[in-house]
Design a protein around this ligand. Structure first.
Ligand SMILES: Cc1ncc(COP(=O)(O)O)c(C=O)c1O
Length: 399
């Protein structure tokens, strides 16, 4: 395990200059031979007809009258009000609606960080978020600890703080590890950030599928907390491209808005209406996403338990994906490549979350479990395992 990886700074800057996003490169490399997908971390999507069936009279009126001109740059007030209502004590002005969670993240980071600042990133994290920070200022990484259920060691965060540290960036519930913060850990992180006057920006897109229900949003616990969230994951609606940043500091949101105006003028009007309908159905959609994930986790567990020499399965941490250790002799990367090449099945290895900032174990696979149609993909995984390890004796696949 590495601690705060100050020595990773130069490498981080070099990698951000290239702008590489290994997960996207992996998906695009194997896209042509993919017939089954266990790579996706978004939950089962809903068709337009289902959303409209559950729409109330007001939303149906909006839907039939929706304009296709430029919309409110911060998001329609009724959409921001519905988003704000999900948090404690947050008004409409505490929400900036964006085209997906990642746009919200990029705008907040650009608004909060200057070139002579320093930031701390909890690793592993979604590649574009890490690159957004390392392209803006000096950055240190603090790794989640694989030997302690991916917990965050606050002493390591404290040790990484410098006089010019401005921000801590995290992704809890985390992808790919599934780690989440319990109440005490979140309180400890907030107390540390408060003591040093740091922004705490948390990507919360996997909150709805957290197996234990998820911690409180950071915006509810901390006056300088920024919760980034959206409809792409647990809602299963990435095609709407609706995300947001929620924050009690209106000055930061104003600066984030200024950054957003450099990227996109507004959200799509139809997406705003559909997002409002989806938010009104959150309980129903989340229950569906969680029950699909739970069923797929059970199926995966039954399968992996038959190959104990190849896999060490964890208890479900996030219902949208699993992150088991692969013990085969050839390693997780070769296994994933053989799976793609021979079975047309995409399963990203943990090396795709590798970071120059801190160590990420290279012996894991992130298996997406949010979709209704995962049965055939899991059957393809089983067939591949039987083919490549007929004796179950642990012979690794060769790519
Ligand atoms: C942790 C995390 N944050 C953000 C995103 C991007 O979300 P969106 O599609 O809403 O921009 C992803 C997508 O995979 C993700 O895994």
């Amino acid at each position: 395990m590495s601690g705060p990886a100050d020595t990773g700074e130069a490498a981080a800057r070099a990698s951000s200059a290239g702008g590489s996003f290994p997960l996207a490169a992996f998906l695009s490399r194997w896209a042509d031979c993919a017939v089954q997908d266990l790579a996706a971390s978004d939950s089962q999507t809903l068709p337009l007809s289902t959303l409209l069936r559950y729409a109330g009279a007001e939303d149906l009126r909006r839907w039939h009258g929706v304009g296709l001109g430029y919309a409110d740059p911060r998001g329609a007030p009724w959409l921001r009000s519905a988003i704000a209502g999900r948090y404690e004590a947050l008004g409409t002005s505490g929400v900036l609606a964006c085209n997906g969670a990642q746009e919200a993240m990029a705008c907040v980071l650009r608004a909060a960080l200057r070139p002579d600042d320093h930031a701390i990133v909890v690793v592993p994290i979604y590649g574009p978020s890490e690159l957004a920070v390392t392209s803006l200022c000096a950055t240190s990484g603090v790794a989640l600890d694989p030997d302690r259920s991916w917990s965050l060691d606050l002493h390591r965060v404290a040790a990484a703080i410098r006089p010019n540290t401005r921000l801590v960036l995290a992704n809890f519930p985390n992808s790919p590890t599934g780690a989440s913060l319990d109440r005490a850990a979140l309180d400890g992180l907030v107390a540390l950030c408060r003591r040093h006057g740091l922004w705490l920006v948390n990507d919360e897109v996997y909150g709805r599928t957290d197996a234990r229900g998820g911690a409180a949003p950071v915006v509810d616990r901390y006056e300088r907390g920024v919760s980034v969230d959206g409809l792409s994951k647990g809602f299963g609606l990435p095609g709407l491209r609706v995300g947001w940043a929620a924050c009690r500091d209106e000055g930061l949101l104003d600066r984030a808005m200024a950054q957003k105006s450099l990227l996109s003028s507004c959200l799509s009007g139809p997406s705003e209406v559909l997002a409002h309908i989806a938010l009104g159905m959150e309980g129903r959609i989340t229950a569906l996403s969680r029950s699909i994930g739970r069923r797929n986790h059970r199926r995966l567990r039954a399968l992996l338990d038959r190959f104990p020499d190849l896999f060490e399965a964890d208890a479900p941490a996030n219902l949208a994906f699993a992150f088991p250790r692969f013990r085969g002799a050839g390693g997780a990367v070769r296994f994933a490549e053989a799976l793609a090449r021979q079975a047309g099945l995409l399963v990203p290895p943990s090396t795709l979350w590798r970071s120059p900032l801190a160590q990420v174990p290279d012996d894991r696979l992130r298996i997406g479990l949010g979709r209704l149609g995962s049965g055939p993909a899991l059957a393809a995984l089983e067939a591949h395992l039987i083919r490549s390890a007929p004796s179950r004796g642990g012979a690794a696949c060769t790519g």
